[in-house]
Design a protein around this ligand. Structure first.
Ligand code: AP5
Ligand code: MG
Length: 208
């Protein structure tokens, strides 16, 4: 399976990607997570990307395309792209590199998104995300026990810039994939399990 998960900041791409990848043993390729890793390691690429990401802007296409295509090649059992492509030109490059089976567009009303973003806590190591309401044993990762962090771009101000960038640069991809007959839009404004079930039904895998 070769999947793309699309949706605005806070839509639940990472949350659903984690569930679907576990279920089907897919490689979870998240450009946001990969870029945050580069920033944490202070690599030359990370140093260039930090200011853009922390301000809610996209990094240049050439910074992510090579990184993603390398990871796709080593994914033996298929992959799920989370946060890539993010511009029509990235989508065109992806079409040149490989054939995608389905593009899942997670649709959530914009008024829900800021609230989700400011309530999010992230594990810096496992990249698992939590809503603060789920953290009955304190702000630590359930998988590795590390203290959770608030992403630098998860302030209301930067989130609004991210929504603006999404509407301008990323939303046009929806039509690109609709025209190719690959788009599956799901209602992301339901519980995490209900959204997962809708994705599975849409993929024809409701019994998986
Ligand atoms: P990235 O990390 O991809 O951020 P994003 O697209 O803004 O999306 P988020 O990770 O914020 O949200 P999500 O949809 O994953 O939601 P989540 O599951 O966490 O990218 C970050 C930055 O990197 C970009 O701004 C850009 O600068 C750069 N970048 C990345 N890729 C790039 C590319 N290809 N080209 C150029 N630049 C790139 O859920 C959010 C919260 O809601 C969580 O707390 C979760 O618990 C909760 N939640 C999830 N589902 C539900 C539900 N159904 N009900 C209630 N709560 C829910
Ligand atoms: Mg994410």
């Amino acid at each position: 399976m070769k999947l793309v998960f699309l949706g605005p900041p806070g839509a639940g791409k990472g949350t659903q990607a984690e569930r679907i990848c576990k279920r089907f043993n897919l490689a979870h390729i998240s450009t946001g997570d990969m870029l945050r890793y580069e920033i944490a390691q202070k690599t030359p690429l990370g140093l260039k990307a930090a200011e853009l990401i922390n301000g809610g802007h996209l990094v240049p296409d050439e910074m992510v395309v090579g990184m993603v295509s390398e990871r796709m090649q080593s994914a033996e059992h298929g992959f799920l792209l989370d946060g890539f492509p993010r511009t029509v030109s990235q989508a065109e490059k992806l079409t040149e590199i490989t054939e995608i089976d389905c593009v899942v567009n997670i649709d959530v009303p914009s008024e829900r998104l800021v609230e989700r973003i400011v309530r999010r806590r992230s594990c810096p190591d496992c990249d698992i995300v939590y809503d603060i309401g789920e953290l009955e044993n304190g702000e630590v990762c359930r998988q590795c026990g590390k203290p959770l962090v608030i992403r630098k771009d998860d302030t209301p101000e930067v989130a609004h810039e991210r929504f603006h960038v999404y509407n301008e640069r990323t939303a046009p991809i929806i039509k690109y994939y609709e025209d190719k007959g690959l788009l599956l839009t799901v209602n992301g404004d339901k519980s995490k399990s209900e959204v997962e079930q809708e994705i599975l039904r849409g993929l024809g895998k409701a019994d998986a």
